[in-house]
Design a protein around this ligand. Structure first.
Ligand code: ADP
Ligand code: MG
Length: 140
């Protein structure tokens, strides 16, 4: 087990419904520390760059329009096995399949508007953190 960092995004459906604090409580209750955080408004082009791995998927246009529709909160979470732990706390992509007590089971509105993003592996975590944060912003 090792201390890791992962990139989290509280998505527009959740910021719109004033759920930032409730979602952050889920992270903190699971032992994840929010070591960096900012609220920003993405452009559709920036959302497309962030989600470029999904560029060929049928939902890409819907996803990038949604991500640029209202502010998001981008954050770095740190803790033991933070990447996998965050994915556990988030729950399955489709809220209908998410385990009870997870963020998506409690808050997500649909498979697309599913309240949170979390990195899925060490390489993507590193890349996604540096997409949004400079080294100076990561004080630990
Ligand atoms: P996750 O966010 O759980 O890692 P994916 O990487 O597969 O899921 O997908 C990225 C995001 O794209 C999802 O969180 C969701 O917002 C959106 N998405 C995925 N599948 C669909 C779908 N079938 N219809 C609409 N949006 C989707
Ligand atoms: Mg993903």
């Amino acid at each position: 087990m090792a201390t890791e960092r992962t990139l989290s995004i509280i998505k527009p459906d959740a910021t719109r419904r004033n759920l930032t604090g409730k979602i952050n409580a889920k992270f903190e209750d699971a032992g994840l520390r929010i070591i960096a955080q900012k609220r920003i408004q993405l452009t559709k082009a920036q959302a497309g760059e962030f989600y470029k791995v999904h560029a060929e998927r049928p939902f890409f246009d819907e996803l990038t329009t949604f991500m640029a529709s209202e502010p998001v909160v981008v954050q770095v979470l740190e803790g033991e096995s933070a990447i996998a732990k965050n994915r556990e706390v988030m729950g399955a992509t489709n809220p209908a399949e998410a385990e009870a007590g997870t963020i998506r089971a409690e808050f997500a509105e649909s498979v697309g508007e599913n309240s949170v993003h979390g990195s899925d592996a060490p390489e993507t975590a590193k890349e996604e953190i540096s997409f949004f944060f400079s080294g100076l912003e990561l004080v630990g």
